[in-house]
Design a protein around this ligand. Structure first.
Ligand code: NAD
Length: 259
């Protein structure tokens, strides 16, 4: 039985993880953590541990931490996992290069799986995008459009960036050098080879992504729609069970899914 600790337990994803855990018989929830001031847990299911605010104390009770919080919490969560000697699944998005450097450093001593999207469907979509872009030349324009709920903190979404990375890998180019993030204020034609990213925010959408490959006289549309957060929660819980058996290192959902 793998003992997990959920960081960000009171949030949208935290609650989805708690609910989904009931159907994962190979794990148990040993600790729930959120920020001080958000610790009223009357909504918790019977038998759940109480909400705490100390990730280090949680890590000592767990085999794997699952982090769906905010980028500002990442350093503390990595330190807690290292102190407690447990693995960590990172689902938080909006990560900057400095966060990725911290993850690389931590992964020298512990098993870390970081993914901006823990669903099977999006990870498969990323492979399809990479393959399509490796076969289509840069006369095919790549545009990535995403829609998320009105509360989402970061734009473009981590998933849109992940799909952009897949497109860039397929083309053998660097995403940062090719990305055009929104076109407001740009006057003039599209530059050849650009990978466009556009974000929409509204309502309660859990996450829609469309990768548009637009050629001369034809278009390919590859997309994914999340109908609920259960797909992210189930993927993250399966990742936690898998990660508990892995040696130190940095992993992705692709490693876990064997894609
Ligand atoms: P949310 O705002 O509903 O929940 C975040 C929770 O984290 C809140 O309860 C907040 O109090 C808590 N938190 C913030 N800082 C904290 C800290 N320092 N210590 C402890 N708790 C802290 O957000 P959400 O919709 O649940 O999303 C959380 C993150 O997961 C976001 O970055 C989001 O983009 C990402 N996300 C990833 C995936 C994926 O598949 N990887 C899917 C959905 C959302």
């Amino acid at each position: 039985m793998v003992r997990i600790g959920i960081l960000g337990a009171g949030g949208r994803m935290g609650r989805a993880l708690i609910a989904a855990s009931a159907s994962h018989e190979d794990l148990s929830i040993a600790a729930l953590v959120d920020r001080p001031g958000t610790l009223v847990g009357g909504w918790l299911p019977p038998g759940a541990p109480p909400l705490g605010d100390d990730a280090s104390a949680a890590a000592r009770l767990c085999d794997v931490l699952i982090d769906f919080t905010a980028p500002t919490a990442l350093a503390g969560n990595l330190a807690a996992a290292a102190e407690g000697g447990c693995a960590i699944v990172i689902g938080t998005t909006g990560l900057e290069p400095s966060h990725h450097a911290a993850i690389d450093e931590a992964a020298a001593g512990l098993a870390v799986l970081q993914s901006a999207n823990t669903s099977l469907g999006v990870n498969l979509l990323a492979i399809l995008v990479e393959q399509a872009c490796s076969r289509l030349g840069d006369s095919w324009d790549v545009e990535i459009v995403e829609l998320h709920h009105r509360q989402k903190a970061d734009a473009p979404s981590g998933t849109a960036l992940m799909l952009g990375q897949a497109a860039a890998r397929g083309r053998g180019v660097d995403l940062e050098a090719s990305a055009v993030r929104g076109r407001d204020g740009i006057i003039g034609p599209r530059s050849r080879g650009a990978i466009g990213l556009a974000s929409l925010r509204g309502g309660t959408a859990a996450g829609d992504h469309l990768v548009l490959l637009a050629g001369d006289g034809e278009r390919i549309e590859l997309g994914h729609r999340a109908e609920s957060r259960d797909i992210f929660a189930n993927g993250a819980l399966a990742a936690a069970t898998w990660l508990a058996k892995q040696p130190a290192g940095r992993y992705t959902m692709r490693d876990m899914l064997g894609l």
